[in-house]
Design a protein around this ligand. Structure first.
Ligand SMILES: NC(=O)c1ccc[n+]([C@@H]2O[C@H](COP(=O)([O-])OP(=O)(O)OC[C@H]3O[C@@H](n4cnc5c(N)ncnc54)[C@H](O)[C@@H]3O)[C@@H](O)[C@H]2O)c1
Length: 245
């Protein structure tokens, strides 16, 4: 029960990884609030409708949480908004699309962090976990996509690299204020991707399999908890070894 009674907002809590973060935080005693664009607000069910790319919507969601619970002990920036043309080949990315994705995924992280950190600074306690990615650390292996003519979104590398280093900025800035900010960077999570992608991925990654949401969630819970009380600004990589070779 390392998160007993902690009030923790998880953005994108209805998604592949978010669902498992919600379950893990709850199992460990926390009050996990699913802040997602795909839910209706129902505080009896711990769901808060929010569009993380809309500053007013984020403020409303935070206000609702404060009104009911009076504090925010943890925030997990996990939601994953993207444009419809996300994942087109580099040469074909319109500037407007690039801008929108940076706005949806990176700028929204800034907005949520800034608003929640204001509250955490008053509380003099709190923990934030930003969700990065191995593709914020290393370059892409494009051979994974060769057999079926796919690719990987260029903006993702810029956004996730940005989130990982922004985490260090926040950790250093808030270190003396009793607030800890860290990052968890998952490797590829199995989600019925193209079979050739999966087999090439598995052939390369040292642990021989793609990740699962339940590989990721315990690392997030750990960083939210007092077990990690002297850990700030770290990027905990949960990738079965993808980035070690
Ligand atoms: N799946 C992977 O292989 C993988 C690997 C590395 C990192 N990640 C990261 O993990 C995080 C979660 O990814 P996932 O695969 O679970 O994504 P997902 O698409 O399964 O879920 C994303 C969730 O975000 C919600 N969402 C979308 N737009 C929103 C908005 N504007 N406001 C609020 N909520 C919104 C969706 O409703 C959904 O519930 C992301 O940050 C992603 O970059 C995923």
């Amino acid at each position: 029960m390392i998160l007993k009674d902690r009030v923790i907002i998880v953005t994108g809590g209805s998604g592949l990884i978010g669902r498992e973060i919600i379950a893990d935080v709850t199992r460990k005693g926390g009050i996990a609030l699913n802040a997602d664009i795909a839910v209706a607000t129902d505080l009896t069910k711990n769901t808060v409708a929010v569009d993380i790319s809309d500053e007013t919507s984020v403020q409303n969601a935070i206000d609702m949480v404060i009104e009911k619970w009076g504090r925010i002990d943890g925030l997990v920036n996990n939601a994953y908004p993207r444009t419809k043309d996300w994942g087109v080949f580099f040469e074909d990315i319109p500037l407007d699309s690039w801008r929108k994705n940076v706005d949806y995924q990176l700028n929204s992280c800034f907005v949520f962090c800034q608003k929640v950190l204001k509250i955490m600074a008053e509380q003099k306690i709190g923990a934030i976990v930003n969700i990065g990615s191995t593709y914020g650390i290393v370059g892409n292996d494009f051979t994974l996509y060769e057999e079926y003519g796919g690719t990987s979104p260029a903006a993702y590398s810029a956004i996730k690299g940005g989130i990982i280093n922004f985490t260090r900025y926040l950790a250093s800035y808030y270190g003396r204020k009793g607030i800890r900010v860290n990052c968890v960077s998952p490797g590829g999570i199995f989600d019925n991707q193209h079979p050739s992608f999966v087999s090439r991925y598995e052939a390369k990654v040292p642990m021989g399999r793609m990740g699962r949401p339940d590989d990721i969630a315990p690392a997030v819970s750990f960083l939210l908890s007092d077990e990690a009380k002297y850990i700030i600004g770290q990027n905990v990589v949960v990738d079965g070894g993808w980035t070690i070779i």
